[in-house]
Design a protein around this ligand. Sequence first.
Ligand code: BES
Ligand code: ZN
Length: 586
Amino acid sequence: MNDIHSFARPDEAVVRHLALDLAVDFERQILSGSATLSIDVHDGARELVLDTNGLTIDRVTLDDGSETTFALGDEQPYLGRSLTIAINAGTKSVKIEYASSPEAAAVQWLTPAQTAGGKDPFLFTQSQAILARTWVPCQDTPGVRMTYEATIRVPRGLMAVMSAENPTEASADGVYHFKMPQPIPSYLLALAVGDLAFRSLGRNSGVYAEKPMIEASAYELADTQKMIDAAERIYGPYRWGQYDVLVLPPSFPFGGMENPRLTFATPTILAGDRSLVSLVAHELAHSWSGNLVTNATWNDFWLNEGFTVYFERRIMEEVAGREYSEMLALLGYQDLEATVAELPPRDTHLFLDLTGRDPDEAATKLPYEKGYSLLRLIEESVGREAFDKFLRAYFDRHAFQSMTTSAFVAELREQLLSQFPGSEDKIGVEQWIHTPGIPENAPQIKSDAFTRVEDQVEAFQRGTPAGELATKGWSTHEWIHFLRHLPKNLTREQMAQLDAAFHFTDSGNSEVLHEWLMAAIEHRYETAYDALERFLLRQGRRKFLKPLYQKLAETPEGLERAGKIYAKARPTYHSVSYRTIDQIVK
Ligand code: BES
Ligand code: ZN
């Protein structure tokens, strides 16, 4: 499989196992030590080619103890530099002594002030899509899998955790040993270090967080075990042993990241009422779609995310009911429409063409929601029973392998659609995958709950006072729908009435607050501007930051405000977020 985002040549020599030994230096903001790579070498190959980005390579030795020669290629934007190592016919492993740079894009080094505890520093990594190479020399392509083990040395008192078998208590000497016995692609390498605590949530689930956050985290994630059990009923055994969630400090740039055995999550899901936990269902679902069967290249990203959104909503249907999961689906469809309206048509195919581009650009809602729509259409065309049977067998057949879009389509035809005459033409899989926009046969999603919300928006517009709207018992998702459908021509006075009745500016629910702040900028509702600034300063989740900065940047005054806030906020954001916001505010 040719991956345009990797220099590696796995057809010649491929990495099968990684043994890391790294010291974490918070003062110098450097990870240093060694990576020993076990390799399979094909006949006649005399080079092992790896990906690196910003790494300093000190020395490379072969398994016979001899030092070998290596060369770093020219630096290429976002791809970094190839590392070509001379090997012998019989070479079984190479040991690379190296250090990362303080600018390593995967790694965020947090000061004590950026943590809940306030006393100790914190570190976390984010390797997807091609940032693993900024902290580990590796074949940084989702088409190559390896098992790994690691020794990590941290300041005494702090705990280290990885996408692997984890400790539940701090060690006396600050040294930790990890093992990941299942083969994984490099983008799932992950490390976090801080003053962490652990709480069990069930038979094979638990949560890690900074000590001051552990209580709230355990409360919010109480349904995790139920989700695992539901997922196993639908698509078969969970193959990774333990499933834990690490609730990170607020600068984590994503909602969640499906690091195997240890999902990394933003603390902005801690709403206090468990209303945002579909994010856990999503990251858990990746234990099948993504971590077990992996997109072969980043062009195939929808195989990871579209399947995962479909699976996420199936899990939520099991644990919270159909009405609930249909609300999620309808909010997702709104995201899809907005995304298609915004993106150039060529970026709205399911199969992407990322030639010459950073795969981070694929991280739009399109592969998520268009992928979901296609899978739901297939489900509706052949029936849930047949589709589940197909998917379950698909995960089994391809467990611990990568998958291309074309191989998936071929298998879908052979194993499923062939048994349902006419289904292939009705669905039009090729059109979904290789043409832009939303095909006309996209499933129609209806939510009676949302229809009632729309009625209340209208009532408000016609003059019903905010306090008299029928909002009793609304869930977070109904509020989000309400806020997204506020009329464009609201006056500031009407915004103030809504705020007085529903206290949006003071909302402790990050999703609700985000929608409200978008409306506040739109309608120049200045009362909320302090809250807007605080929100941009206290969390670094790109999904919230990007639309808010973009909205501000629509007017000269807004852009000036954004610039002032960003000057303070930028040093607290992870590279994934500040690289995106730099393009909006600078
Ligand atoms: N794997 C993604 C996060 C990701 C995508 C990181 C692309 C780097 C590149 C993760 O599973 C995800 O989709 N997270 C979402 C949450 C989800 C509920 C849609 C997010 O962070 O918003
Ligand atoms: Zn995902």
